[in-house]
Design a binder for this molecule. Structure first.
Ligand code: ATP
Length: 238
């Protein structure tokens, strides 16, 4: 579904990715873990077209998409829920969600009614968002904003979702709620690449995992294999 091949990328003169490769098979959850600054967010930004790689390929459904605009890649089925959530604070919860469907549905008459089934699905997944749908997104709690960011990504009916640190800055009980949602999306067959500091939780939900160190994949395997690896135990699960 999503294949990253030998990606090299960076910011100006500073190279961050030095040949990153990974694969997310349809219907699976893949976890990408690693220390701060290893290049996980950069990997996601290259996958979704926010950053152009100097070298390497991004294949979505077998088709190369590296070099295309982020909006084009989004239309082809990749949704990115960025680190730090980035909801549109002054807009209502519902308008934030509708923005997620904006690229998929042409903006003529009936946009709202055509997006209604998707809104319903997101509200079923996150009843709290339904209660607060007229509220400005900026006034939501951190956990609610995270749910909104995931909900907005879902509105695009993506084939693959990239979730960057969905637990960041959240209280433990809210983190559990976010992971319950990820598990439920997985049960519905959603394909996801998950970047997470909270390695234990990520490995519990993932089918396959990669550990990134200094811009390269250092270790990969099933969660069970990684959980037995002394390097992973010492650095991420200790
Ligand atoms: P974290 O877990 O802390 O989010 P990460 O693995 O996601 O880390 P990246 O955010 O990909 O790491 O950052 C990798 C490196 O690239 C870091 O050294 C960071 O300082 C640098 N970097 C990230 N964004 C920029 C930018 N816009 N301009 C310059 N350097 C950047």
């Amino acid at each position: 579904m999503l294949v990253l091949e030998d990606l090299h990328a960076g910011y100006g003169l500073s190279a961050v990715l030095h040949g990153t490769s990974l694969e997310v098979k349809p219907g699976t959850v893949v976890a990408l873990i690693g220390a701060n600054g290893a290049g996980k967010t950069t990997t996601m930004r290259v996958a979704s077209g926010l950053l152009r790689p100097a070298r390497g390929r991004v294949l979505l459904d077998g088709k190369p998409v590296q070099g295309l605009d982020a909006s084009r890649i989004a239309r082809l089925g990749l949704a990115h829920s960025p680190e730090g959530r980035k909801v549109f604070g002054p807009l209502s919860v519902e308008d934030n969600l509708l923005l997620g469907a904006y690229r998929r549905l042409p903006r003529f008459l009936g946009f709202r009614s055509r997006a209604a089934p998707d809104l319903d699905r997101v509200y079923d997944l996150f009843p709290r968002l339904r209660e607060r749908r007229r509220q400005a997104a900026g006034t939501l709690s951190g956990g609610e904003q995270q749910m909104l960011a995931i909900g907005r990504a879902l509105m695009a009916r993506p084939k693959v979702m990239l979730l960057d640190e969905p637990s960041m800055g959240l209280a433990p009980v809210i983190v559990q709620e976010v992971f319950r949602t990820i598990r439920r999306l997985k049960e519905e067959g959603m394909t996801m690449l998950l970047v997470e500091q909270f390695a234990k939780a990520a490995l519990e939900v993932a089918d396959h995992a990669y550990v990134m160190e200094r811009g390269r994949i250092a270790i990969e395997g099933t969660p069970a294999e990684l959980a037995r690896d002394p390097r992973v135990l010492a650095a991420y699960l200790g």
